[in-house]
Every structure is written in C-alpha cells, then in structure tokens.
Design a binder for this molecule. Structure first.
Ligand code: HEC
Ligand code: HEC
Ligand code: HEC
Length: 106
C-alpha cells in the first residue's frame, strides 16, 4: 500500500508556483521549507504569504547560494558573507525575480 501523502505546504489554486524556477537559480530548499532533516514530522516554517514571496523577489541576495548546494540542508555561508556572496551570485546567474502580478497570478 502506498503511504498516503498529507499535504503540508499548499498554496491557493490561484497562485502559480514553480520549483525549478527557484532551485535551478540557487534558492535552497531550506530557504522555504526550513530544516526538514531535523523534523520528526514536517511542518510549515514560512508563511507562504504573498508578502513572503515578494520580500525575497525584491531582495534575493539574502537567500542565494551556489546552485550545487540547493539541497544541502546544513549549507550556510561564512559568517557575514551572505550579502556579498548573494550579490555576486545574482550577477553571475543574472537573477531578476519579477514582482508583476501576472508572474504568480495567471
Ligand atoms: C522558493 C520557495 C521554495 C523552494 C526553494 C523549495 N520549495 Fe518546495 N514548496 C514551496 C511551496 C510554496 C510549496 C507549495 C506549492 C503549492 O501548493 O503549489 C512547496 C511544496 C513542496 C512539496 C510538497 C509539500 C507538501 O506539503 O505536500 C515538497 C515535497 C517540496 N516542496 C520539496 C522541495 C524540495 C526537495 C526543495 C529543494 C530541492 C524545495 N521544495 C524547494 C516552496 C519552495
Ligand atoms: C527565498 C527567495 C524566494 C522566495 C521565498 C520566492 N521566490 Fe520566486 N523566485 C526567486 C528567484 C531567485 C527566482 C528566479 C528569478 C530569475 O530567474 O531571474 C524566482 C522566480 C519565480 C518564478 C518564475 C518567474 C518566471 O519568470 O518564470 C515564479 C512564478 C515565482 N518565483 C513565484 C513565487 C511564489 C508564488 C512565491 C511564494 C509562494 C515565491 N516565488 C517565493 C526567489 C524566491
Ligand atoms: C511572487 C508572487 C506574487 C506576486 C508577484 C503577486 N502575488 Fe498576489 N499572492 C501571492 C500569494 C502566494 C498569495 C496567497 C497568499 C496566501 O495564501 O495567504 C497571493 C494572494 C493574492 C490575493 C488574495 C489576497 C487575499 O487576501 O485573499 C490577491 C487579491 C493578490 N494576491 C493580488 C496581487 C496583485 C494585484 C499583484 C500585483 C500587484 C500580486 N498579487 C502579485 C503571490 C504573488
């Protein structure tokens, strides 16, 4: 018998979301799901509200990491280097998240 999937993270149907647009651009699972590896039972760490999406779309430097580490739960930048490294990665990957309504509401 397959294990029944209990959804924890569930956006309303009128929101368009795409994982690959994020993980292929250097946003780690942990930025949105937290330390899932340390959870006995998965729970929602972030609000998943529109404001939460937009905060990062306006300021992605705070969250970018080298693409090869997107699934590494314990990855973190050297102390105080997130912003500097985030800016470099933003240039290198040419990242420009959209804040147009139609990006997330189609
Ligand atoms: C930018 C934020 C973001 C990143 C990065 C991200 N996710 Fe998600 N994830 C979400 C959101 C939002 C949902 C809910 C989507 C929906 O309801 O359509 C979700 C849903 C899921 C679900 C279904 C969860 C459930 O409760 O049923 C899984 C599994 C998942 N993500 C795994 C991952 C993995 C593994 C990674 C890294 C490789 C990852 N996600 C990266 C935001 C993110
Ligand atoms: C932690 C940072 C972060 C969070 C949180 C986040 N995003 Fe993003 N999002 C990005 C980045 C970075 C990109 C890639 C931008 C680029 O390619 O220039 C992106 C791209 C996207 C795209 C693809 C746009 C396109 O042109 O194809 C969609 C759709 C999107 N995000 C929706 C969402 C939604 C909906 C949420 C909230 C549920 C969300 N994002 C939360 C960082 C984030
Ligand atoms: C980066 C993604 C993103 C963008 C860009 C975005 N939204 Fe949203 N929006 C969301 C998400 C996610 C939700 C669902 C929030 C929730 O479930 O609490 C939402 C919810 C909404 C709602 C329902 C609010 C409610 O209280 O029920 C409206 C209306 C809305 N958005 C309008 C807009 C308008 C207008 C724009 C452009 C100015 C916009 N959105 C841009 C992600 C986005």
């Amino acid at each position: 018998m397959p294990i029944e999937w209990v959804r924890v993270h569930d956006l309303p149907d009128y929101v368009y979301f795409n994982h690959s647009a994020h993980v292929s651009r250097g946003i780690g699972c942990k930025s949105c799901h937290g330390r899932v590896d340390k959870m006995a039972v998965v729970f929602q760490v972030e609000r998943l509200s529109m404001g939460w999406c937009l905060d990062c779309h306006r300021d992605p430097e705070q969250h970018l990491r080298p693409r090869q580490w997107v699934t590494r739960m314990d990855w973190h930048p050297a102390p105080d280097e997130q912003l500097e490294q985030g800016k470099q990665l933003r240039d290198e990957y040419n990242i420009n998240p959209s804040t147009d309504c139609s990006t997330c509401h189609r």
